[in-house]
Design a protein around this ligand. Structure first.
Ligand code: NAD
Length: 457
C-alpha cells in the first residue's frame, strides 16, 4: 500500500469517530504505557548505542519522563475533556456558553535525534489524549532507538490509528505534507528545518507547533552561589554530551567572579567525569561524525581552559571550557549543541543584554543570583521561551509548566495539560433558549442606538 493511501486510511479512521470517547483514549494510553515498559531494556540498549546514554539518565530524561507524562494524562484526561462553562455577556442573555475540546484530526509529529524517544513519544501522549490519529516520524539519525520505537508503536496500535513512518526527513516529510493535508504538524528540531516545515504547512494553512533551538544564555551574577551554579551548569551542559535543546549554550559571568567560577567549574567537571570522560559511565558521545566535526571546529575559536581532547573513532569530545572568544566567532553565532562551553564576562546588565540580544528570544534563559529582586529584573529584561532561577534546563521536566520557545526558538508549547490543549480545537458553543425572543434584536433597528449603547459598552 502506498504511503498516501495509508494516510487516507488514518483520515477514514478518524472520521469514523473511533477516537472520540474517553474510554478509547484511556485504553490507548494504557496500551502505550504497557508497551514502553515491555521494551524498557531494549530502549536502554538502543539509547546507549545511539548516544552512550546510561540507564539512569535514560530514565530521567527519556523513559521515566514519558511514563510520568502518561500517568498525568491517565489521571487527568476526564477533567481535561469536560466542557468548560464560561459566562455569557449581557447582549446574549439568557443564553449559556461553554467551550468544547474537539480533536484536531490527523496529526504529524516529527522528532529529532537528541532525545529520540522522549521528544517523539511525549507529544504523542497529548495527541492521543486529545482524541487524534497520528503519523509519527522519528529522526533517522538515532537508528537504534528508531527500531525499538517502531516495535513499541506497531505492537499495540493499528496503522490506521497511529502510523510509524521511517526514512529520510527531507524526502518523506515533503512527500507526505504535499500530498496530504494534516490537521496539525508538531515539529521538534533545528530552526533551519523548522522554516521548511512552516512553509510547507502554510501552503495548506496547516497549524504548526515548532519546538526549535537557539542559544540559551546562562548568567552567573556577582552574588551567585558559585559552587552550586557550577554543579548545576556542568550537569545540564554536559548531559547527553551537550546535545540538549535547553542546555546552557554559553555562560555570562560577572567579571568580579570569573576566576572563582572557572575554578569551581573545572573542579566540578573533574568530579563528575574524572580524568577520562571517554570511559566514564556518566558521559555520552556525539550522535554522528557530522555533528562531531561541526562541534570540534569550535574548540579552535578560543582559549581552552579545560578539556579539549577529542577522539573521532569514539565520537568523543571532552567537556570543554573556552574563554577569550572573538564576538564574531562561529561558536558565538551558532547553537553549539555539544560539550563546549564559552565563558564570557560582563560588567553590568546593559553589557550582558547587548550580547544576549544578538540572538533574541532564546528557548531558555538561566540566571544565577542570591537576590530575588535581581532575578526578577533579569527575567523582565530577557524575553525567552522559559527560564530558571538558580537552575538550568530542569524546568523542561515539570509537566505543570508549558514548554516551548518564542521567536526563532519556536511557536506553541506542550507538556501535561498544555499538550492536550495544543492538540485540541476549542469549539465555542452558545446555547439559546426559545422561550425568550425579544423583538428588539430584529429589524427595524432604527431609533435603538441609545438602547444598544446601554447594553453594549
Ligand atoms: P534532525 O536532523 O533529526 O531533524 C529533525 C527532524 O526533521 C527529523 O525527523 C528529520 O527527519 C527531519 N528533517 C531533517 N531535514 C529535513 C528536511 N529538509 N525537510 C523535512 N524534514 C527534515 O534533528 P536536528 O534538527 O539536528 O535537531 C537538533 C535541533 O533541534 C537543535 O537545534 C535543537 O536545539 C533542536 N531541538 C529543540 C527541542 C525543543 O524542544 N525545542 C528539542 C530537541 C532539539
Amino acid at each position: 500500500m502506498s504511503l498516501i493511501n495509508e494516510l487516507e486510511n488514518l483520515r477514514n479512521y478518524f472520521e469514523r469517530g473511533a477516537t472520540l470517547s474517553a474510554d478509547f483514549r484511556i485504553e490507548q494510553l494504557k496500551k502505550l504505557k504497557q508497551s514502553i515498559l515491555e521494551y524498557e531494556y531494549e530502549l536502554y540498549q538502543a539509547l546507549y548505542t545511539d548516544l552512550k546514554k546510561n540507564k539512569e539518565e535514560t530514565w530521567v530524561t527519556e523513559t521515566g519522563m514519558v511514563i510520568s507524562e502518561l500517568n498525568t494524562a491517565l489521571r487527568k484526561i476526564k477533567s481535561w475533556m469536560r466542557p468548560e462553562k464560561v459566562r455569557t455577556n449581557l447582549l446574549n442573555l439568557p443564553s449559556s456558553s461553554r467551550i468544547l475540546r474537539e480533536p484536531l484530526g490527523v496529526l504529524l509529529i516529527i522528532g529529532p535525534w537528541n532525545y529520540p524517544f522522549q521528544l517523539l513519544i511525549n507529544p504523542l501522549i497529548g495527541a492521543i489524549a486529545a482524541g487524534n490519529c497520528v503519523v509519527l516520524k522519528p529522526s533517522e539519525f538515532a537508528p537504534a532507538t528508531d527500531v525499538v520505537m517502531k516495535k513499541i508503536i506497531e505492537s499495540v496500535f493499528p496503522k490506521e490509528y497511529i502510523l510509524y513512518v521511517q526514512g529520510e526527513g527531507q524526502q518523506v516529510i515533503p512527500q507526505m505534507m504535499n500530498a496530504f493535508r494534516f490537521d496539525h504538524v508538531f515539529y521538534t528540531g533545528s530552526t533551519a528545518v523548522g522554516k521548511i516545515i512552516y512553509k510547507m504547512a502554510a501552503e495548506k494553512v496547516v497549524p504548526v507547533t515548532l519546538e526549535l533551538g537557539g542559544k540559551s544564555p546562562c548568567v552567573v551574577d556577582a552574588d551567585a552561589n558559585l559552587k552550586v551554579a557550577a554543579r548545576r551548569i556542568a550537569m545540564t551542559k554536559f548531559s547527553n554530551a551537550g546535545q540538549m535543546c535547553v542546555a546552557p549554550d554559553y555562560v555570562l559571568v560577572h567579571q568580579s567572579v570569573k576566576q572563582p567560577f572557572v575554578d569551581a567549574m573545572q573542579e566540578t567537571i573533574h568530579q563528575f567525569f574524572g580524568d577520562k570522560p571517554e570511559e566514564n559511565y556518566n558521559y555520552g558521545k556525539m550522535i554522528s561524525e557530522k555533528q562531531f566535526d561541526r562541534v570540534v571546529k569550535y574548540l579552535s575559536e578560543g582559549n581552552i581552559i579545560k578539556g579539549g581532547r577529542i577522539d573521532r573513532a569514539k565520537l568523543f569530545i571532552e567537556p570543554s571550557l573556552l574563554d577569550n572568544i572573538a564576538p564574531d566567532a562561529a561558536v558565538m553565532q551558532d547553537e553549539i549543541f555539544g560539550p563546549v562551553l564559552p565563558i564570557l564576562t560582563f560588567a553590568d546588565m546593559k553589557e550582558a543584554k547587548s550580547i544576549i540580544n544578538k540572538h533574541p528570544n532564546p528557548l531558555a534563559f538561566y540566571i544565577y543570583t542570591a537576590s530575588t529582586a535581581n532575578a526578577k529584573s533579569w527575567l523582565q529584561n530577557i524575553p525567552a521561551g522559559g527560564a530558571c532561577i538558580n537552575n538550568s534546563s530542569w524546568h523542561l521536566t515539570n509537566h505543570h509548566l508549558p514548554f516551548g520557545g518564542r521567536g526563532f526558538s519556536g511557536t506553541g508549547n506542550y507538556h501535561g495539560k498544555y499538550s492536550f490543549e495544543t492538540f485540541s480545537h476549542k469549539k465555542a458553543v452558545m446555547q439559546t433558549p426559545t422561550w425568550f425572543d425579544p423583538s428588539i434584536k430584529y429589524p427595524p433597528l432604527k431609533g435603538r442606538l441609545k438602547l444598544f449603547k446601554r447594553i453594549i459598552k
